[in-house]
Design a protein around this ligand. Sequence first.
Ligand code: PAF
Length: 304
Amino acid sequence: MQRVTTIPRLRTAVAEERGAGHRVVLVPTMGALHAGHFALVEEAHRHGDTVVVSVFVNPAQFDRPDDLQRYPRDLDGDQAALAALGDAAPGILFAPEVSEVYPAEARTTVHVSGLTEGLCGAARPGHFDGVATVVAKLLNMVQPDAALFGRKDFQQLQVIRRLVTDLDLPVSVVAVPTVREDDGVALSSRNRLLSPPERRRAGVLPRALAAAVRTAREAGGDPAALREAVRVTLATEPDVDVEYVEVVDPATLKAPRDGSASPLLVALAAHLGAVRLIDNVVVGDPDDEDRLLAAIGGAAGHHQ
Ligand code: PAF
């Protein structure tokens, strides 16, 4: 694995791989890598020959300076963890400085309208402009055949799909299922900022989503009933400060037109102390439902 920090060096390294006839696949990350990222890297090998992992804590997608400052960083640890993947280690680790990605004279941003105003966008103004801008830039820097993103950041995934289509970028966007801990908590770099009691309380998030899945299976997919099932479960942990619980059409991220469309994205954000966590499940997607129920130790059951 070679570690490169500048765009010209990256382009040279990628050109060598292309010269060898290799398909190139990108896994963009902000570092503090965990098993969710390693699942992306392993899946990436199924989509090409040379995997590029980028590690860049993107200041443009942080709406609060304290959040940016606190975000975990461990580039040497990330590199060692990637190397430890052995045969699955990426060929190239791209870890640019902020000034490399955003030279002082830069003036261009990418804005995806319609998908960015609700859910996480409502409380994090500018966040998705920052994501869309850096992802467009990374895709241009690497020019991969495919790029992989986790389903945990479902809104981000839809924003990226939209920008790839709208900007005619020649790349396949691959979505990878959320990886969960033993109690069902979705892996996130932010989990390492939780105190032990906060980490224990975080288990209520996947349990709340599972309540929505069970409600849909038993009583149908009325969005109001799903939202209520999530809220009632979240309320069992009073120290979990709920930012939103939304039930929306996964394609538009808006309220379903006929009121009870299927599938439905059930998405939430909550604060545990100073740490903001998000999670989601797509009700009506049997695989996603079963993965969630299995992860929290509930019987996944046989989906009809
Ligand atoms: O999901 C992330 O880690 C980031 O939002 C991404 C896609 C790497 C852009 O900075």
